[in-house]
Design a protein around this ligand. Structure first.
Ligand code: AOF
Ligand code: ZN
Length: 359
């Protein structure tokens, strides 16, 4: 438990401590679903005397760990929490009561809890007990931290992100940049943020998927779209792969699973559709899903059309690689195919992304 102590903290405002809450909350990325990530910091006389974060659904909340860490020093201190303290008996008792019992003087809240069973009752309970409460500090940052949780709470549906890589001439690529794929890098961290990832059955995609698995990291549920009859190229490396993989196919195709793939759950749909996949995720208590357009991108055609038409996507992540794709579009069709550009630079100008590269 890293403590920040020292005079310099005397100067810090509420924003600083809420940012610290968000930072420690992120330590549990990928582990709290369906609960949010929450961090709490107890500050007394300008010094942090206690810190805690919510590690996992079913375990105590951030405030409980921070209060434990602070011990008697919590009396008359200020508690900073990235999310409004809960005021209900869920898997754990209400944090409002723990804060009141510890005699904190003031509570600074990043954002109110969109959970209808909390929804501002945490704040009013604390105020009724004579504790000063401030809300909406670094609110945007706190909302971003739990964008999937918030969406799921407000709509009852999983948060859906569409991710893909493009060539500079606008073709979908089935690969990611080397740095993006690096172990412990951007992509494996991204995977941590999702409860489920939808991939095509093409082997390239699944191979990449597993190579980015970190030791001890959470493996999201892998949803494989099976769009053609025959055997499927699925990962078979780890023992728990089968419990973390599910295949969606439609009744027109016949799958031939290898012996090692026999235990994998297969759902046969009348026709491939995203709504059914998301409904399944919802019933499994999964709050966030990433559609990862890699491998055989044609496998995604129908569910992409449906996703756009039915407004099923909440977020988009696009990587532009310094590569010219297999373009057959005028007037670029005479470009040499799959050629790598050199010295690519990118910057944003207004809302545009500008790329410059060299042949
Ligand atoms: C907090 N601090 O660290 C978290 C909160 O089943 P439970 O008891 O874990 O309650 C889950 C709900 O509590 C969750 O939906 C959200 O509203 C809130 N989460 N609240 O004060 C925390 N994780
Ligand atoms: Zn709580």
């Amino acid at each position: 438990n890293v403590r920040c102590t020292g005079e310099s903290f005397e100067e810090n405002g509420n924003e600083f401590y809420i940012r610290r809450c968000v930072e420690i909350a992120r330590k549990a990325v990928g582990h709290t679903s369906p609960n949010p990530m929450v961090g709490c910091v107890i500050v007394k006389d300008g010094k942090i005397v206690g810190e805690g974060f919510h590690p996992k659904a079913g375990q105590p909340h951030a405030e409980v760990f921070a209060l434990r860490d602070a011990g008697d020093l919590a009396a008359n201190a200020t508690a900073f929490v990235s999310l409004e303290p809960c005021n209900h008996y869920g898997r754990t008792p209400p944090c409002t009561e723990a804060l009141i019992k510890a005699k904190v003087k003031k509570v600074v809240v990043g954002m109110v809890d969109p959970n209808p069973i909390v929804a501002s009752t945490g704040v009013s309970r604390l105020r009724d007990a004579g504790i000063e409460v401030i809300t909406g500090v670094e609110e945007e940052l706190c909302r971003k931290l739990n964008e999937a949780y918030i969406h799921q709470m407000l709509t009852g549906k999983p948060f859906v992100t569409l991710r893909y890589s493009l060539s500079v001439d606008g073709d979908l690529l089935d690969q990611l940049g080397a740095e993006v794929m690096e172990s412990g890098g951007y992509y494996s961290q991204l995977l941590q943020e999702y409860d489920a990832v939808v991939v095509s059955s093409f082997s390239l995609s699944t191979k990449y998927f597993l190579s980015s698995k970190e030791p001890g990291a959470k493996q999201p549920l892998q949803i494989v779209l099976a769009k053609s009859s025959g055997s499927l190229q699925l990962p078979t490396v780890s023992n728990d792969t089968s419990s973390r993989t599910i295949i969606f196919s439609n009744k027109e195709i016949t799958l031939e699973l290898e012996a090692s793939q026999k235990g994998i759950e297969t759902i046969v749909l009348d026709r491939m559709n995203l709504a059914a996949i998301l409904e399944h995720c919802k019933h499994q208590g999964l709050c966030s899903v990433m559609l990862d357009l890699r491998g055989n991108t044609a496998d995604f055609a129908e569910i992409l059309q449906e996703g756009f038409e039915q407004n099923l996507f909440q977020k988009i992540i696009v990587e532009v690689l310094p590569i010219l794709g297999a373009s057959n579009k005028d007037p670029l069709k005479y470009m040499q195919q799959n050629r790598r550009l050199r010295n690519l630079t990118s910057r944003t100008l207004g809302e545009s992304i500008l790329l410059e590269g060299y042949f």
